[in-house]
Ligand binder design. Sequence first.
Ligand SMILES: Cc1cc2nc3c(=O)[nH]c(=O)nc-3n(C[C@H](O)[C@H](O)[C@H](O)COP(=O)(O)O)c2cc1C
Length: 333
Amino acid sequence: MKIGSVELPSPFAIAPMAGMTDTAFRRLVKRHGGCGLVVTEMVSSEGLIRGIDRTLEYAEYTEEERPISIQIFGGHPEKMAAAAQVVEGMGADIVDVNMGCPVPKIAKHNAGCSLMREPSHAAAVIDAMARAVKIPVTVKMRAGWNDGDRNAPTLARMVQDAGAAAIAVHGRTAEQSYSGSADWDLVARIAADVTIPVFGSGDCIEPEQIIERMRSGVQGVLVGRGVLRNPWILAQAADLAAGRPARLVTLEDRGRFLLDYIELLLHERVDESRMVSHDRWVVNKLRALGSWYTKGLENGSHLRTAINGAECLQKVRDTIATFFSSEAAVSLR
Ligand SMILES: Cc1cc2nc3c(=O)[nH]c(=O)nc-3n(C[C@H](O)[C@H](O)[C@H](O)COP(=O)(O)O)c2cc1C
């Protein structure tokens, strides 16, 4: 599959997730295989233009993550075009526009999902960006702002005409936030209607669901929370797509993933002036991932509580090592 001229080795991708899909996490998922595209956490167009260190940190990536898409948010056409040029200058393969974030802090600035409330303006943003850069410009949207305005099909066509090279649709409205379930019928209708590739997003927790969703006619599937619970889900979906049984993941593998994540985070560049200490930042990152990773895991709540209660990084490491070695032979599939 291709987005513009960018070839994706697989149609399965990690969805952008603020606070979660940092470069260390993306690298580890990618190393397990099956992942055709990674997207950064959303970064501010203003911050990119002004060269704010913290924004640039969120946009950092490594070569092994390619093809890499940097997601930006903002609502001003010229500023979004300038930010796209910064992204292109950073060497990213794709620049993605967030039109799905329902959080008031973002939406009130005419960015995120509030762009869906003004489709002509949203299309003007894409038009300005597509004229400003050579790399593909893509859009990630929701079903619409609320149930009375599920306008993703209209907006999809408009951004396609404005120059978008692909779109991703999370089949919930902004008002729904994460309640209810994603409307994949809507996603399928959009995929049938536009000529650019469409990624569907929402509620794939098992690799079989990813394969099932591909049958609805989308060109790709973005997986968010399912990857946080099971970073092998894309590799397992690739196994199934190739006609093989999904690979087994042992508890030992799952423990190793968290320990490897700690090691990579320890070598990340972070703006120390903001941090109590680098170790403390790593502990907080492990707590954030732990709240998802332990879901669906036997006695997962015990591990979650233990990580949250660990007072230092070494204690987090010990907790993980002990928990996952206790039944190392047990597989999860
Ligand atoms: C913690 C979290 C952070 C997210 N941050 C972003 C973001 O920065 N940009 C974005 O477009 N979507 C974001 N999303 C939405 C996901 O990309 C995805 O579309 C949504 O979670 C539905 O897919 P899922 O059911 O596979 O998680 C976020 C979701 C979660 C759970």
